[in-house]
Design a protein around this ligand. Sequence first.
Ligand code: NAD
Length: 485
Amino acid sequence: MTHPAKPTASHFINGAYVEDTSGTPIPVIYAATGEEITKVYAATPAIVEQALASAKAAQSAWAKMTGTERGRILRRAADIMRERNHDLSVLETYDTGKPLQETLVADATSGADALEYFGGLAGSLTGEHIPLGEDWVYTVREALGVCVGIGAWNYPTQIACWKGAPALACGNSMVFKPSETTPLCALKVAEILHEAGLPAGVFNVVQGMGEVGGALVTDPRVDKVSLTGSVPTGKKVYAAAAEGMKHVTMELGGKSPMIVFDDADIDNAVGGAINGNFYSSGQVCSNGTRVFVQKGIKEKFLARLAERVGNAVMGDPMDEATSFGPMVTKNQMNIVLGYIEKGKAEGARLICGGNRADQSGWFIEPTVFADVTDDMTIAREEIFGPVMSVLDFDTEEEVVARANDTEFGLSAGVFTKDFTRAHRVIGNLEAGSCFINSYNDAPVEAPFGGVKASGVGRENSKEAIKNFSQVKSVYVRMGDVEAAF
Ligand code: NAD
């Protein structure tokens, strides 16, 4: 792979690229062709040590800078990311296989939004003054210390920025471990932050599989762990963090409901279902993969859906006309194909798709099943691929109960023209990130995260500040101290 934005080594530590080829090689496979385009090396214990020691050493001086100074660096990094959006988007496409049509508008741009937003907030982080007669209490919002970020493979640039930007705005330092499947983009985030003036050691990137993540999570110097990944990994990382009483943010999986009432605008609902199931080839945690459609409009909805899904353009992700890309890996493709077979075997009605596409790379056709019932595997488990399940319902009360009947609680959406009902239904759904007459919008200004098994804590918005800082409270006595003896 020759590309101007290709990172020059596996790790980024203490302000510079670092290589150590004694680590386990990790091939980077381009999902659209199956070819190895480059490789990185997993961090050895020595590399992990270097990264943690750098983060620890840099943190207190970074926290002592004013918020405005920290914010200026983050905002400068946002500008650089926007200027280089095209190159960074091509790199994101190499890393993930997602079509350039998407990466040009959803990855470096979303990362830049986070850097700009948290850069802007950094100077406004203050405490409170609490009067108590003559005495008073004041509070100070302080950094947590050294934070670890661990990423999933679907949004490598965005995840690094969604974790790094609020962490750094609050005065923390970070060691970020990208997914071993998509190791390249986070390195560019580190490089750009340093180009923007970030002091060495404040944001470091190391590569590796779960064991490198595990070594970071259990290190006593680490104060906080923010993970984006699956529920099983989340349980392990949460438990390991609890051993050291560390703060956590867990952004995990979902099996989110999207509810379409029969008064909904059909094209908007179909558009929402397409965005909530086929964007990034379905590899989005908040996807509304259980589409509940009220019986009165079911066949009309399915007909329009099949027609519009037929317009998907599958092919070379670097061609901006392509609107639907491959699965990130062969393994993920096989997992998803296995779910499709289960859907067929358990009696769901295949409306469209259902097969691996006849071309090189890990492509699966966008797939819609109808007549899906609550007990089917495809309606219960997170598939993380382009497989939509359409389920029927009669009443509001019934659909709310069925929508909530899952261990997950990341997102939920409702399509209806009846706004009273829309708010009532959303109020009764167990989910962290919800949508009315829309699906999967994730602006940096809005909190993002799940309830139940889908996670703990929130990313983005002012909520993320709370999740990357702590409050010190100081009682100030003006008079004498009274004591019993
Ligand atoms: P994964 O859980 O397999 O891996 C996530 C990360 O955790 C990787 O970097 C991996 O190396 C690391 N890891 C694995 N075991 C570890 C351990 N024991 N200790 C520390 N780190 C460990 O997830 P994935 O397959 O990369 O991503 C897909 C999953 O991520 C899906 O479930 C999806 O829903 C979820 N996801 C959630 C969000 C969100 O914001 N809620 C966003 C994207 C993806």
